[in-house]
Ligand binder design. Sequence first.
Ligand code: 9D3
Length: 244
Amino acid sequence: MLFDIVTIFPHFFDSSLKDGVVRRAIEADILKVRTVNLRDFTTDRHRTTDDRPFGGGDGMVMKPEPIYKALDVLKKEPPEARVILLSPRGKLFDQALAGELAQLQRLILICGRYEGVDERIREHCVDIELSVGDYVLSGGEIAALVVIDAVSRLIPGVLGCESSAENDSFSDGLLEFSQYTRPRVFNDWEVPEVLLSGNHAKIAKWRRKQSLGLTYEQRPELLNSARLDEKDIKYLRSLGWEES
Ligand code: 9D3
């Protein structure tokens, strides 16, 4: 999988890709991440990438020409790419979308800054406009890292066998059960007895209830699309859950 990041801050990505799962995937040649400095596609003396909005208003808008030129150069190279614009107006990025993007060979990520990117770029050059959540970031760079991280770990061979993507949170639409490790007692705080029992059927049942309870408390909206059986529903109702 190849990621090309179009940004005015190419060095922002230096340290973040030097560690963890993404770095290992890059070293194993499963993943390649390149940054493209948008200023290299400007033609004026000041290397201008933004300008004032037509119609007036606060802030600046990213000019279309440098982004268009950068995309033009990138798209001439194989393999074929899907072009993604990171923007607060985009479709909400989620695990299902991460899974779909992980099937593709190449993504070009455009990181916006300021009030956004000239609409003509979105209209004519962008395949998918993505937001990573309903809060305001200073630009698309951090959002691009979110997308790269979430997509990369779904590419076969990127994760070790220690934790398959299958077992992750969201695979059945519930939050994950709580985990404990040694010591068994820490500051008088004990690990739940059932986890020490060695009774795997009992442990599995406890964990399922834990997942259901936690999801009900923290993210009740997830329950409407989670995969639940009769027992789950009965347990949730005992907690006060009402289907909507
Ligand atoms: C006052 C209107 N603002 C929209 C909420 C303008 C604006 C703020 C921040 C326009 C762009 C930005 C920069 N943010 C991103 O580029 C961005 C983003 C985000 O802010 N939140 C969640 N996902 C994303 S993806 C790109």
